[in-house]
Design a protein around this ligand. Structure first.
Ligand code: COA
Length: 184
């Protein structure tokens, strides 16, 4: 899959438009929280789903894109695009986006994000990073923890949108209750 983007959908002023990249394996309420709050700052957000081969994802690239599209089906200001190859900063520049949005959960995120933002700033100064603090109720959630709990039969319904919970149940044959919040 190449990095295909509908250019019409990215036509807002660069400062009103943010790119939210990640591997989203799978998307959690923590990510959704960052995006929803990001929409109070930016007019539109493009979510870029990275292939990220370093992480051996459990969901295919296409499944991750689909789950995010389903999660934000009610939000016309969100686009979901694949970031299959190449540098994040080149992708941002290609689609005319100046701001990259990231969530910060804890001190441990800070070091990684600081390194990544600094390297990206070395690569180009056309792109800048904007950080939002993850809400308190999500600060301990990560995609790998969700995967681990689901894989071992635990109930993750309160941490992920309903469509993600459903896919995890199908993948792992989880016996947990299908309870889910009405948010997604
Ligand atoms: N709520 C819940 N979890 C959150 C979160 C939040 N608000 N914010 C971050 N996370 C978690 C994710 O679930 C993920 O958890 P995991 O490691 O357990 O899977 C972790 O934080 C970080 O993952 P993510 O935000 O998806 O970033 P990443 O490190 O997988 O990927 C990219 C980061 C895609 C931005 C980076 O790899 C990239 O830029 N790739 C393109 C190539 C490139 O330009 N490389 C040079 C970079 S300098």
């Amino acid at each position: 899959m190449s990095n295909r983007v509908d250019r019409q959908s990215t036509s807002s002023h660069p400062s009103q438009h943010a790119l939210y990249p990640g591997s989203f394996d799978p998307i959690t309420w923590g990510h959704v929280d960052i995006v929803r709050r990001g929409l109070e700052v930016f007019e539109r957000i493009t979510i870029a789903v990275a292939r990220n081969i370093k992480k051996s994802p459990i969901f295919s690239f296409e499944e991750r894109v689909e789950m995010i599209k389903e999660t934000f089906a009610d939000e016309p200001r969100i686009d979901v695009v694949p970031l299959a190859e190449g540098l994040l900063v080149d992708f941002a520049r290609d689609i005319g986006v100046r701001n990259v949005l990231r969530g910060l959960r804890a001190m441990s995120d800070f070091e990684y994000e600081f390194q990544m933002a600094s390297m990206n700033r070395r690569l180009t100064d056309d792109v800048d990073f904007v950080f939002l603090m993850t809400s308190e109720e999500h600060f301990f959630v990560s995609s790998s923890l969700i995967r681990d709990v689901a894989m071992n039969g635990g109930d993750v319904a309160e941490f992920v949108p309903a469509c993600v919970n459903q896919r995890l149940r199908e993948k792992f044959g989880v016996l947990s209750s299908p309870k889910s919040s009405s948010k997604g």
